[in-house]
Design a protein around this ligand. Structure first.
Ligand SMILES: NC(=O)c1ccc[n+]([C@@H]2O[C@H](COP(=O)([O-])OP(=O)(O)OC[C@H]3O[C@@H](n4cnc5c(N)ncnc54)[C@H](O)[C@@H]3O)[C@@H](O)[C@H]2O)c1
Length: 403
């Protein structure tokens, strides 16, 4: 740590993996006065070279093990594919670096336990980058559930329909055993948001993650019914089959242009070569020509991940839905909006600010390893529930930490 301009310490950040996830996080760390991007690592030399050209002052490494030894690094942000999370976290934690791991924190409960223990043993923190759970609208709903301002939380219903399965996907993303498929790639956000608003403690779940297209050999949709300890319930639906686009249910009929319908499927169907998909996915990483950013996709309405489909949260005395400007409240007497959107601010800011407060000022770290393990348990239980066609009880849940 070195001293920052405002007198507070500046944390040295090491970024591991310069793919799609990093693209949206790097600008957030870069403009946050509490952090300095000190180092980056990627095994893809070309991508690392592009980063080095843009950031000549930053240390760059082909091996993340070396980045983890750098004295300039206090916190390692790990954004490698899911199956490497536990190994990469272990290396960083054993080098006594704090770790911010991408979601899901890993893919088995045993690995999650090792990660949590390794952080504890080395006296450093482990946090999970469930950034959308830190979105101000989501945090406000969680606070409303805790304060009971509208009465008890009763029900949360979240729907998303998108083109996820047919956009260019890596082999990792199309392999169930590696943490591929929509439940493992998008579910960590959706179910973490539900747990955040529901205050964490899920009692049981009945769910299903299904594979309908044999040519895309991972689950492309999921649905689940969650029963929280205190009596609230939640449902989640996510289809990535590129038919309906649920942004229309948030932004209004016709707001997703008809000419963009099934574009992802069409592009894949018309792929010129067998390796086009892997190359297209690679081109979405740092400096690539298909690079995506935190900005809204060019097709149809934006509003970020959390406005990708409707979510309505019901209390005794109000239904509340997320709106582009904030939260729309439908209470016993009137309908009104709580304006909450601050341009340029999203859940990523909350995630990295709360992490800074935990490292520098010793505040409790929200979405830590134990929280991440609880969301992981829920994902595994949805798979198990679908396989058994039965309700599954949970036993590793932890309550929400107020932000
Ligand atoms: N794509 C997104 O927008 C997004 C958003 C949020 C979270 N995530 C999560 O972030 C993680 C990464 O996803 P992604 O889509 O960015 O993946 P990606 O495949 O686009 O990028 C991963 C990057 O990690 C690099 N890498 C692999 N092994 C490495 C190693 N040993 N050392 C250093 N670098 C290594 C790869 O070369 C690649 O550049 C996943 O856990 C995912 O769930 C992704």
């Amino acid at each position: 740590m070195t001293s920052g301009n405002d007198g507070g310490p500046v944390l040295g950040l090491g970024v591991v993996g310069l793919g799609g996830a990093s693209l949206a996080m790097i600008p957030k760390f870069a403009k946050n006065p509490g952090y300095r991007i000190a180092a980056a690592a990627d095994i893809d030399e070309e991508i690392l070279g592009r980063f080095r050209a843009d950031n000549p002052e930053t240390e760059t490494y082909a091996a993340m093990e070396l980045l983890c030894k750098s004295p300039s690094v206090d916190l390692v942000y790990i954004a490698t594919p899911n199956r490497w999370h536990s190994e990469h976290a272990r290396i960083a934690l054993e080098n006594k670096k704090h770790v911010l791991i991408e979601k899901p924190m890993t893919i088995t409960l045993d690995e999650a336990d090792v990660m949590i223990k390794t952080a504890d043993d080395n006296g450093v923190l482990l946090g999970v980058n469930v950034k959308h759970s830190f979105e101000p609208r989501v945090l406000k709903l969680s606070q409303l559930a805790a304060s009971k301002e509208f009465g008890a939380l009763r029900m949360i219903n979240s729907w998303r329909y998108a083109d996820w399965l047919y956009r260019p996907r890596t082999g990792e993303e199309l392999t169930p055993a590696f943490g591929g498929g929509i439940l493992w790639r998008q579910g960590p956000h959706q179910f973490d948001i539900l747990r955040t608003i529901g205050r964490g403690m899920v009692r049981s779940v009945r769910g299903l993650a299904a594979t309908w297209d044999a040519a895309r050999r991972v689950p492309g949709c999921h649905t689940a019914y969650l029963d929280f300890e205190e009596g609230a319930v939640a449902t989640a639906v996510f289809s990535g089959y590129d038919h309906f686009d649920s942004r229309e249910l948030v932004h209004g009929p016709g707001t997703v242009p008809a000419e963009t319908h099934a574009q992802a499927r069409a592009e894949l169907r018309n792929a010129p070569t067998a390796d086009w998909e892997e190359e297209a996915a690679r081109a979405e990483r740092y400096g690539g020509e298909r690079q995506m950013s935190a900005e809204p996709r060019p097709t149809g309405p934006g509003g970020g991940w959390i406005l990708g489909g409707p979510m309505v949260v019901s209390f005794d005395h109000a239904d509340v839905q997320l709106s582009p400007a904030g939260l729309e409240v439908f209470d016993d007497e009137r309908r009104y909006e709580i304006p909450m959107v601050e341009p340029g601010v999203d859940g990523r800011d909350g995630r990295i600010n709360t992490y800074y407060e935990a490292i520098v000022n010793g505040k409790p770290l929200p979405a830590d390893g134990r929280w991440g393990k609880a969301t992981l348990e829920l994902l595994l239980a949805i798979e198990e529930s679908g396989a058994k066609r039965a309700e599954v009880r949970l036993s590793h849940q932890v309550p929400a930490v107020d932000v």
